[in-house]
Design a protein around this ligand. Structure first.
Ligand SMILES: [Zn+2]
Length: 509
């Protein structure tokens, strides 16, 4: 018994180790089938009736045993040799993490290759490679062992892939989504290539109550209370916002807070594919290699049917793109489940318009038994407090139109408003520090509001919500942050995609 040493399976490497005659494991492994098999083998080999195992929170585990996937992560290939592609990829991902970039863009243009990072929503040049290196790098990523894309990458076609194997990723990165597009390049006859890499962070360390988590994302305390109310009822809660606006992060935080504070429910998610690890949630994925929409839909509906047979209480659906998926979500809500999902729309009330366009009969969804809440969010960068500049000292930097709008909105008083400075060590030369949501949150418990929805009177609904229900739009939330000197008005307009006076039309004088 004493000289038995279990072999840790590769799939668990970096999250559990056997040391001083006992296991030391990170808590997220609890319930893992491979771990159960390892423990069963240990029991069989040693005759022990109790498994000696110490559990650690993921953060404590990293503290105690070093970073999870580091160092042994890059022994790629049978000979353990790293190619320069492997090294460059790992190095780029590490730098992107340090700078909190959300995306890496690699553009091969023939004679040269430009690599940019997207940080706080802005595209910033990072490095250049010569043309040959660039195309070898892109090909290497698709032909290497990282992504599970089928082989046969060519510059002529669009291509999708994914790096999810933690051996190839720096710690704190959950996955990287890859997408290429052929690119017209004036320099060469063959197409260039644009490779976008979306980074999914492993933010398992977020903690706190639902309200604390929502507060840290930028939700006001009023909005936190509303969303907390949504979680206490069954029904459908839909969240919307442009790509990259952090919808999935918000849903992740809602679900993780629920699993922590209401552990007596059965939580499931269904995504195609999962973007993050959700602690305490059983994550199902849609199994499909299907290319056509019809095949994807049928795989999704199969997965949904399976989910409904798994006795769920709370369900998160990755995104509602199809009428049939929406109908399943409505059915689940009607039968007493809490359902969370995302929809593409341009405002909270715009979600109703989107559902209508998808062919959902509004009378079936717009009842207080089905619809719980509507959330819309965009991300707005916040100014670096160390180097921001007073607007009134820099009025010449603004367009005359924006200056006029600001004077109108703030009744001529621009004293508290700041704009982005040149950057300093505090903000890593960005002039900005982090992003917060500008959001709007609508409870569907109000009968008059929901009857406007049912009749598809969305203009009236917007006015009623704003003027009678105390509703505040995401643009108005941004305006308050501008007035407090937290947000640059130029960046806010850029990011909101509308002029800052956009919602005045709905307000009654
Ligand atoms: Zn600064």
């Amino acid at each position: 018994m004493a000289d038995y040493t279990p072999t840790i399976p590769d799939a668990l490497a970096g999250r559990i180790r056997y040391q001083d005659s006992r296991f030391h494991a990170s808590q997220e492994l609890k319930g893992n089938l491979i771990l159960d098999a390892l423990f069963a083998e240990y029991t069989e080999k040693t005759g022990a009736s109790i498994i000696p195992c110490e559990w650690y929170s993921p953060a404590d585990y990293e503290q105690s045993f070093g970073i999870r996937y580091a160092h042994d992560g890059l022994n790629i290939g049978a000979a353990g040799e790293q190619s320069w592609v492997d090294r460059l990829l790992y190095d780029l991902l590490t730098r992107a993490l340090e700078k909190k970039a959300t995306d890496i863009h690699v553009s091969y243009m023939g004679p040269y290759t430009q690599i940019n990072f997207r940080r706080l929503g802005r595209v910033i040049p990072e490095m250049t490679l010569n043309g040959e290196e660039g195309i070898q790098f892109i090909r290497g990523i698709f032909q290497g062992q990282y992504s599970h894309a089928e082989s046969g990458f060519t510059e002529h076609e669009r291509y999708d892939g994914r790096i999810a194997d933690h051996k190839f990723l720096p710690p704190d990165l959950f996955a990287v989504r890859l997408h290429t597009e052929p690119l017209e390049s004036p320099h060469i006859y063959e197409p260039g290539v644009s490779l976008s890499m979306r980074l999914f962070y492993d933010t398992t360390s977020a903690t706190g109550t639902l309200k604390e988590r929502l507060g840290s994302l930028g939700y006001t305390s009023e909005q936190q209370n509303l969303i907390h109310g949504f979680t206490e009822r069954s029904g459908l809660t839909l969240i919307s916002g442009p790509t990259g606006s952090g919808k999935t992060t918000t849903l992740k935080n809602i679900l993780e807070a629920l699993t922590q504070y209401v552990p007596t429910k059965n939580y499931y998610s269904l995504e195609d594919p999962p973007e993050y690890t959700l602690l305490g949630v059983k994550q199902l994925k849609v199994f499909t290699k299907a290319a056509s929409d019809a095949e994807r839909l049928s795989a999704l509906l199969n997965a949904l049917a399976g989910l409904m047979r798994s006795d769920p209480d709370v369900i998160m659906l990755g995104e509602i793109r199809y009428e049939e998926a929406a109908s399943s979500a409505i059915q689940a809500a009607l039968t007493g489940h809490s359902v969370y999902s995302t929809v593409h729309a341009s405002s909270a009330i715009g979600i109703i318009a989107r559902l209508h366009e998808m062919g959902i009969p509004l009378e079936s969804i717009c009842t207080d038994r089905v619809l719980n809440g509507l959330i819309y969010q965009r991300l707005i960068p916040h100014l670096c407090p160390e180097c921001k500049q007073k607007l009134t000292d820099n009025l010449k930097l603004l367009s005359p139109e924006l200056t006029e709008r600001l004077k109108k909105i703030y009744h001529g008083n621009l004293d508290g408003i700041y704009i982005k400075g040149k950057g300093c060590p505090h903000c890593l030369d960005m002039g900005l520090v982090g992003q917060q949501v500008a959001a709007e949150t609508i409870s569907c418990a109000d009968r008059k509001l929901i009857s406007y929805f049912r009749e598809n009177k969305l203009y009236e609904a917007q006015r009623y919500w704003m003027n009678e229900c105390g509703g505040k739009t995401h643009v108005e939330q941004a305006l308050e942050r501008i007035a407090s000197g937290l947000v640059d008005p130029v960046i806010a307009e850029e990011r909101l995609g509308v002029t800052l006076d956009h919602d005045f039309a709905y307000r009654e004088a």
